[in-house]
Write a protein that binds this ligand. Structure first.
Ligand code: PMP
Length: 414
């Protein structure tokens, strides 16, 4: 096996690893090899420090107090919103709504935009490779409104069949929801092209960026989608915070979601006037520390450079693909021509859970299961896969350790 930590682009992965305290530990006596980044990512020290700073110095509620701590807290929270805007290349911070995560953001759109705009006989189009959180909210909406949920199929590589996708969009299609990157297969959808196709028919498009934002530039002006969602915790930020991007004109026209403090301009028992964007969609005290941590995470990635991250990870994914294909009995599930960060596989004669359990005994963390994407597992005729998911702090040596680990798995099952 080849070794070496620097790629052609001279990406100094050891320096980056030193920023992530969790990576330095041993697990069951072995150095941790963390390959479960699609489930959640580890956090750089700067994220932990910024959150700690909020709680040790600036802790106060936002948008309310006139005292100094509240001013500092509000400035940090709104500063994080500006960081997200810049990161996504959105036009305005009015288009950036903080949520609990990608899941909550999809539900917000389904229950506000969806409820207001989808009626009986209307159609919602998703793709066959969606995560449950980009399936179930639309199913719930379709059920409530007697609308029809349509699903664009994928081919044997795990690529959405674009002709089918196009064929399934018609005048009744109100919403199209698609993953930017599949969490189960790693497929990168041609999101900009799919948005263009959907817009030609007048449909509104939500792109689920939960697995894209940690790996590549997500540019709202280039994508031109109407809504985009992602989670902080998969993006080297804290849990419990996520983002809904929405075009201002759409967000303006949408009814609010949850009612409560901060989302109002004035309240009487007769009538409530709602607040401006984005606060109209942020009822109650938000996850202030979470937003601050997320801002720090995005700044951290920007400082490394999203292009460099994508390039490094691409090389690592190619290395991993080759390495796994070299293991006898391993079959990759998801072989799209454009992929990011994910290696899903099955191994002849061994259940994915057994693989993950044995690897864990050697300090190697991977995921086994249906990855909250049961329909795509069914499409490939497997109940579950083992999934290796990479981040920019992973190395070729860790892939080598994985391959060695699969050797132990084979010994156990020989
Ligand atoms: N979409 C995709 C593609 C995902 O991978 C995930 C998380 N696995 C989600 C949405 C949901 O993210 P969260 O649980 O953070 O809300």
């Amino acid at each position: 096996m080849r070794t070496g930590t620097k790629t052609a682009s001279q990406f100094d992965v050891q320096r980056i690893r030193a920023d992530f305290p969790a990576l330095a530990q041993t697990v069951h006596g072995y150095p941790l090899v963390y390959l479960d980044n699609a489930a959640t990512s580890q956090k750089p020290r700067v994220v932990i420090d910024e959150m700690m700073r909020f709680y040790t110095q600036d802790c106060a509620n936002v948008h309310r107090g006139v005292h100094l701590l509240s001013e500092r807290s509000t400035a940090a929270y709104e500063g994080a919103r500006e960081t997200v805007r810049r990161f996504l290349n959105a036009r305005s911070t009015r288009e950036i709504v903080f949520t609990r995560g990608a899941t909550e953001a999809v539900n917000l759109v389904a229950q506000t935009y969806g409820r207001a705009n989808v009626g009986p006989g209307d159609e919602i189009l998703i793709t066959a490779l969606e995560h449950h959180s980009n399936i179930v909210p639309w199913q719930m909406l379709a059920e409530e409104k007697q609308a029809v949920l349509r699903v664009a199929p994928v081919d044997d590589r795990g690529e959405v069949i674009l002709e089918e996708f196009e064929r399934l969009i018609g005048p009744r299609t109100k919403i199209v929801a698609l993953a930017h990157v599949s969490n189960a297969l790693g497929t990168i959808n041609p999101a900009a092209e799919m948005v263009r196709i959907a817009h030609r028919e007048g449909a509104v498009v939500l792109v689920d960026g939960a697995q894209a934002v940690p790996h590549m530039q997500a540019d709202m002006r280039r994508l031109d989608c109407d809504f985009y969602v992602f989670s902080g915790h998969k993006t080297f930020g804290p849990t419990g915070i996520g983002v809904l991007y929405g075009k201002a004109a759409l967000l303006e026209a949408m009814p609010p979601w949850q009612g409560g403090g901060d989302m109002i301009r004035s309240v009487t028992f007769e009538k409530t006037l709602y607040n401006d964007l984005p606060y109209k969609f942020e009822a109650g005290t938000p996850h202030i520390a979470g937003a601050i941590g997320l801002g720090a995470a995005l700044d951290y990635m920007t400082a490394i450079g999203m292009d460099r991250i994508a390039e490094y990870e691409h090389e690592l994914l190619e290395y991993g693909t080759e390495a796994l294909l070299g293991v006898e009995g391993v079959r990759l599930i998801g072989t799209a021509r454009k992929k990011a960060a994910v290696l899903s596989f099955v191994m002849e004669g061994v259940h994915p859970h057994d693989i993950a359990t044995i690897l864990d005994r050697r300090g190697i963390a991977i995921r086994a299961g249906h990855h909250c994407a049961q329909p795509i597992m069914e499409r490939f005729g497997v109940p579950a896969t083992s999934r290796v998911s990479l981040a920019f702090y992973n190395t070729r040596q860790e892939i080598d350790a994985l391959v060695e680990g699969l050797g132990w798995v084979k010994e156990v099952f020989a």
